[in-house]
Design a protein around this ligand. Structure first.
Ligand code: C2E
Ligand code: CA
Ligand code: CA
Ligand code: CA
Length: 278
């Protein structure tokens, strides 16, 4: 019986060799996947907590892989981060998102979008200039675009990231600190950064209903953000109770499965249409 159990475990757990083989494949196949249109952008809505109106979307990539199925960015972004492919990914996501924002604007729908940056994207030579070029190419109001950068990536090398963030801010795009609460930011540095928003890490939000410590952390982050003049967004909102508690704390915006999962474009537009028709 013990042997059977071990055998069945092996079905569910790939060996280390398989993990590395898959990772190697993802890294080597990435550029071709971009060319073949297999790297797609899904959109997850963000709503205002006071009025539940749609404010914008976060762009989240997925890889439609012929062998592995839908591959999460949690797996492949990390794998390509050590290669130049991370810049190709950003170029692709930025172009896709800005084209979409321009199309929505032409239809009279004002939607903002957030794009995730890896630290390598931020540090790439000429990055703010490329962002400016892309905004002009698509004729998109810079105020509709926000970049999300993780707390740890900004804090990794603040002397170098600060001037880049200042240049992005000068373009008029928004800056958001993602996964807030999981890193070790110095509050003195946080105050020096030209940021508009912090996003409370979903690990705290998802357990705030069952863990008083996490509830206290969420409350403290909301208050800290507001006292620094920042907008505060909670991600990972899965339950009505969490949404209501966040609203009562005056957290500004919410994102999470309760509102919607990240959706492919056509399904996001259907979600939007079903909400607008009252
Ligand atoms: P993130 O930036 O923290 O994105 C939020 C993640 O939380 C997304 O996972 C989203 O699907 C998930 N999420 C949203 N609401 C809920 C909820 O209510 N419950 C739970 N359990 N999860 C929720 P996803 O799409 O798998 O993305 C994972 C990470 O991959 C992202 O974390 C981000 O760091 C990275 N990523 C995604 N797209 C890009 C991209 O275009 N460029 C870069 N550099 N990284 C990206
Ligand atoms: Ca994010
Ligand atoms: Ca996050
Ligand atoms: Ca993250």
């Amino acid at each position: 019986a013990a042997r059977t159990r071990q055998d069945s475990l092996q079905i569910y757990r790939p060996s280390m060799g398989e993990v590395y083989r898959r990772r190697f494949q993802l890294v080597t196949q990435f550029r071709q996947a971009i060319e073949q249109g297999r790297i797609v952008v899904h959109y997850q809505p963000k709503i205002g907590l006071a009025d539940r109106q749609l404010i914008g979307v976060e762009a989240l990539v997925r890889w439609m892989h012929p062998e592995f199925g839908l591959v999460s960015p949690a797996e492949f972004v990390e794998a390509i981060e050590a290669t130049g492919s991370i810049d190709i990914l950003l170029e692709h996501v930025l172009d896709t998102v800005l084209r979409q924002l321009a199309e929505w604007a032409a239809q009279g729908v004002r939607i903002a979008a957030a794009v995730n940056l890896s630290v390598r994207n931020l540090m790439a030579v000429g990055f703010p200039g490329k962002v400016n070029d892309a905004l002009r190419k698509h004729g998109v109001d810079p105020a509709l675009l926000t970049f999300e950068i993780t707390e740890s990536s900004v804090m990794e090398d603040p002397e170098h990231s600060l001037p880049v963030l200042n240049r992005l801010h000068a373009l008029g795009v928004g800056l958001s600190v993602d996964d807030f609460g999981t890193g070790y930011s110095s509050l003195a540095y946080l105050r020096r950064l030209p940021i508009d928003e912090i996003k409370i890490d979903r690990s705290f939000v998802m357990s705030m209903g069952s863990d008083l410590g996490d509830l206290a952390i969420v409350r403290a982050i909301v208050d800290l953000g507001h006292s620094l003049g920042l907008r505060v967004v909670a991600e990972g909102v899965e339950e009505e109770a969490a949404r209501d508690a966040l609203r009562d704390m005056h957290c500004d915006q919410a994102q999470g499965y309760l509102i919607s999962r990240p959706l492919p474009l056509d399904r996001f537009e259907a979600w939007l249409a079903s909400r607008t028709v009252t």
